[in-house]
Design a protein around this ligand. Sequence first.
Ligand code: NAG
Ligand code: NAG
Ligand code: NAG
Ligand code: NAG
Ligand code: NAG
Ligand code: NAG
Ligand code: NAG
Ligand code: NAG
Ligand code: NAG
Ligand code: NAG
Length: 682
Amino acid sequence: MAIFWNILAISIILQRALCGPSYTPVLPPSYPLAVRNPYLSAWLPGNEVRNLPFASARFWNGLNPTWSVIGRVDGRPYSLFGVPLPGPGVQAGVLQSAEYTSTRTTFTVTAGAATFVLDFLSPISPLNCVRQSAPFSYLTVSATSINTSEVQIYSDIDNTWAGQFDEYVQVGWGYSITNDSTSAFTLTPGGTTTFSEYNNTAQWGTSVYCARPNNSTLTATVGSRDAVRAQFAANGSLPGQWKWQYPGVTAYAQDLGKVSKAGINVTFAIGYWRQSAVNYLGDPRTAYFTATCSDPICGCVHVLDDFRAADAEARRFDAAIAGKAESVAGANYKDKRDTFAFVKEISSDGNVNTIDVIYPMAPMLYVLAPGYLRLLLEPIMRYLSSGAWPHTYAVHDLGAAYPNAMGHNNGRAEKMPVEDCGSLLTLIYMYQLATGDKIWAAQYHSLLQGYADYLVSNGLYPTKQLSSDDGLGNIRNQTGLAIKAAIGLNAYGVMTGQRNFSDIGKRFASTLYDEKVGLDLHRTHFTCSQGEDRSWGMMYNPYPDVLLNLSTFPKAAYAMQSSYYPTVRMPGGVPLDSLVGFGKTDWMMFAAATVVAPGVDKVGVRDMFIDDVHAFMANGINAVPFSDKFHLRDDGTIVKGTWSQYKARPVVGGHFAIMALDGPNLFGNGKGGDGARWVQVI
Ligand SMILES: *[C@@H]1O[C@H](CO)[C@@H](O)[C@H](O)[C@H]1NC(C)=O
Ligand SMILES: *[C@@H]1O[C@H](CO)[C@@H](O)[C@H](O)[C@H]1NC(C)=O
Ligand SMILES: *[C@@H]1O[C@H](CO)[C@@H](O)[C@H](O)[C@H]1NC(C)=O
Ligand SMILES: *[C@@H]1O[C@H](CO)[C@@H](O)[C@H](O)[C@H]1NC(C)=O
Ligand SMILES: *[C@@H]1O[C@H](CO)[C@@H](O)[C@H](O)[C@H]1NC(C)=O
Ligand SMILES: *[C@@H]1O[C@H](CO)[C@@H](O)[C@H](O)[C@H]1NC(C)=O
Ligand SMILES: *[C@@H]1O[C@H](CO)[C@@H](O)[C@H](O)[C@H]1NC(C)=O
Ligand SMILES: *[C@@H]1O[C@H](CO)[C@@H](O)[C@H](O)[C@H]1NC(C)=O
Ligand SMILES: *[C@@H]1O[C@H](CO)[C@@H](O)[C@H](O)[C@H]1NC(C)=O
Ligand SMILES: *[C@@H]1O[C@H](CO)[C@@H](O)[C@H](O)[C@H]1NC(C)=O
């Protein structure tokens, strides 16, 4: 037996050597490094991780911010991450493993006698608004050595973190040391305008990189990138010079002294500070975190003080998401009615608080922190209540371009009247059911009743118009929209105790299903467009009917549709509709959850959807922050499984759809659930 295990061990070691690094749980399209908000969004493409020492961090849209780590072991320098052009004498470390969870990415790199672990942590804190809104991520570098080695660690960033990309831009740098020995470098773009973007980077605010000596000797320098790195390579310390020279860096070196197997860690915090974060109807709003700290240097002190707790919470969070733990942390959230949340429609069009983006991301909020549904909807409801929006249907979004949430007083928002009325009513009921808070929505009932009335008049046979999938264009009599209207009306009726609205919703459902207005002649599927028998679509709108136990449609309707999906699957999955060759992962997961509605229970069909999304994620041919839209068949030069459009979008919150069936509020005092019904999608 012992021999067997030894052989097994040797073969595993050999495989390691032959096959290179190990990837846990899989090699993803892109690793999150520092991802906290639309401007602090640095990633590492999966296809570059093997060459980590030479690879650059990547802003979600493809720009390359400079962020490097170099280790020095017994006088010999090793590039570990982000050094495309190592100077003379600098060897590259060797990646041994790469791992990610919901909150962190961990790379293990060997360098001579030492092993360095680069641990990139972007905390998630569902119930703690201070921690959740802190615009910082952490990089912890831990060093161990099989010998007792002298180890120094170096890290730098540059002007790209402040959204400035060439030689001629003005960047103001600053360096300060607080009375508790926290060092903070700041980089601030010059001559730019508050609330303006360039190529999706913020052109106002301050990027900040901080460190503490923490029993090591900390040195710092501002200077020309190659010269500063060469100084570290030669000396293991930095000379404390302060002259910005393009291409320049702000750099730290930490001398850890003797490092053995026990190991020593150093933690950096990287942030992007916007004193005014979002422009809400002309009122500059600050981050919740700003109530704790009103400048980036105080922010550094706070987040470094908070590291241990944030790190511990993140580990509990990951365990809970993996179904291994029950709850996370106590709430640290004063329920101020004036707290808002804002979300950017990253990579599609940059809209702010788009209703048809909040709708697909809602399952994640329902599971993790349903209070965020209200925080996202409240600024919309206040705007609609002001009367500035001139139409009788709900607005599509709060502003065409984040961070300017200026509403659309001229009435010219993207027009999706049934989509937005139906989604809004459904989302508000979802919030109410998950939290038990009936007071919040009550203040808006007359406004909401107007949207319900709109659906009564316009929901069953929608005019030619857009749905959330606006890329498909204006389509007449969309069955999916009529389904959404039926469920939205029922949700509104249940929420307000007005049966007449529920009855109308159920009558719509009966017309669509029993009278076949929304079906093909042979009752095999819902059509995409009423009366067009051969059309079909991914039916994601029934999902809230199941999640919220509304029973607008009979189980037989969902059973019918569940049986249909496998018959129209392409090699890579079920497409969005009968005319296209691409799929949407968020809607696939909505459909996957709907097919396991109580009494429908098509577990095999659910697993088909999950396997298709998983195969897309793990196929190794994509290198962007996870895309929710991908090709399902080979087509000319396009290969099945290639991402088609979109990156890093909030709609991937829809991947929580199955998990949400176990109940809301996993981390609060909600029901949670036993995880028996959902399947983890890694
Ligand atoms: C924005 O950045 C992307 C990614 O680097 C680049 O392809 C594109 O040309 C840039 N656009 C502008 C207007 O600079
Ligand atoms: C560890 O130290 C010993 C003795 O100083 C040396 O011979 C050996 O090369 C070192 N190992 C590594 C991997 O550096
Ligand atoms: C050092 O960092 C590693 C990797 O993140 C972690 O496993 C370990 O617990 C840390 N040790 C200390 C003392 O913080
Ligand atoms: C350190 O600075 C902080 C913030 O400026 C201040 O509140 C605190 O009293 C200072 N502590 C000492 C020991 O000076
Ligand atoms: C620094 O080292 C001293 C002595 O080993 C130890 O007592 C102290 O806790 C250390 N401080 C930190 C921040 O690690
Ligand atoms: C290394 O440090 C010494 C002493 O501080 C200094 O004289 C020397 O110039 C440094 N070397 C480099 C390459 O920076
Ligand atoms: C300080 O050192 C401890 C022990 O190695 C480590 O856990 C912690 O992350 C370090 N903190 C900072 C700010 O470097
Ligand atoms: C939608 O269907 C209804 C009922 O079949 C029909 O009267 C109406 O003309 C259709 N609308 C459009 C825009 O085709
Ligand atoms: C539903 O009933 C309420 C009163 O109970 C009434 O105000 C409302 O107009 C009715 N709506 C519809 C669509 O029937
Ligand atoms: C769903 O609603 C039905 C009544 O419509 C009720 O009998 C059932 O218990 C509810 N199920 C859940 C899980 O709440």
